[in-house]
Design a protein around this ligand. Structure first.
Ligand SMILES: [Zn+2]
Ligand SMILES: [Zn+2]
Length: 274
């Protein structure tokens, strides 16, 4: 089985009242399991349980940026991992210095099971390592499994924001994180198998969306077309498009003629080599 299986645990924008916040699990054919972003609250635990993904099954997180809807769930995830498997490996978090600084501050403020926190990682009250921070400058490749690697690229959102391109067995998955339309994302997405791009509104509300440092579905479609990806999935959906996301698809379709879908919570998709 050479497919990469993608599970969307949360697909809502920060202020969405119907969906969990952003988190995506990648299951790669070499056995590597990754988390892209950490949602908020206990969503990783609840949503993971709904599809049989336990928090101790994955040890690596690729974090796009430090907004609370993307990293707020990581202290709860780590707490549950330590509770279930106290001697298990630390959770390895890859991101920029800016985002890791903010995550360290969050862990210090929330006082979960990460007690002793320094620039390398965090330990619990018995000195066991529970987090390891891996500062990853944009463009730097990281090895994540026997045949899985990833690299980040800068995007246009808050300071330190990146997107990620994950490669495994000839399949490439690109995740935008949060961003306005980004030329560097287009460059980093060239020829990707699947582009997972945020889409906060349709193009009709483009200026308001750009003012909020986000993309429209037209931006997502344009990026997919310019990069020549095989498939586009939109996520980070606002309340107004929860029940009927078709306008987002129609808007992206003006630019991109490949398969387009809008993720929903617990949406699963498999992608293989073409
Ligand atoms: Zn967000
Ligand atoms: Zn954000």
């Amino acid at each position: 089985m050479a497919d990469v299986n993608i599970t969307f645990l949360g697909t809502g924008a920060g202020n969405c009242v119907y969906r969990n916040h952003t988190a995506i699990v990648l299951d790669c054919p070499d056995g590597t399991k990754l988390l892209l972003d950490g949602s908020s609250g206990n969503s990783l635990l609840r949503q993971g349980a709904a599809v049989g993904i336990k928090p101790e099954e994955y040890d690596q997180v690729l974090l796009t940026h430090n907004h609370a809807d993307h990293m707020g769930g990581l202290p709860f995830l780590q707490g549950q991992r330590t509770l279930v498997n106290p001697d298990g490996p630390p959770l390895r978090v890859y991101s920029t210095d800016e985002s890791l600084d903010a995550l360290r501050s969050l862990c210090e403020a929330t006082r979960m099971r990460a007690i002793s926190i320094d620039k390398e990682g965090a330990r619990d009250h018995e000195g066991r390592p529970v987090f390891k921070w891996l500062a990853t400058p944009a463009g730097h490749a990281v090895e994540l499994g026997p045949s899985t690697h990833a690299s980040s690229f800068p995007v246009d959102h808050i300071e330190g924001s990146v997107g990620w391109r994950v490669e495994c067995n000839g399949v490439s998955v690109v995740f935008s994180g949060d961003t306005r339309f980004s030329d560097s994302l287009v460059t980093a997405s060239k020829g990707a198998t699947i582009l997972i791009h945020e889409a906060l509104s349709t193009g009709e509300n483009g200026q308001a969306t750009r003012n909020r440092l986000h993309s429209t579905s037209a931006d997502a479609g344009r990026a997919a077309a310019m990069a020549g990806v095989r498939e586009l999935v939109m996520t980070h959906i606002d309340s107004g498009f929860h029940a009927d996301p078709q306008p987002l698809i129609d808007d992206a379709r003006k630019y991109f003629d490949g398969p387009i879908s809008v993720a929903h919570d617990l949406y699963q998709v498999s992608v293989g080599k073409s």
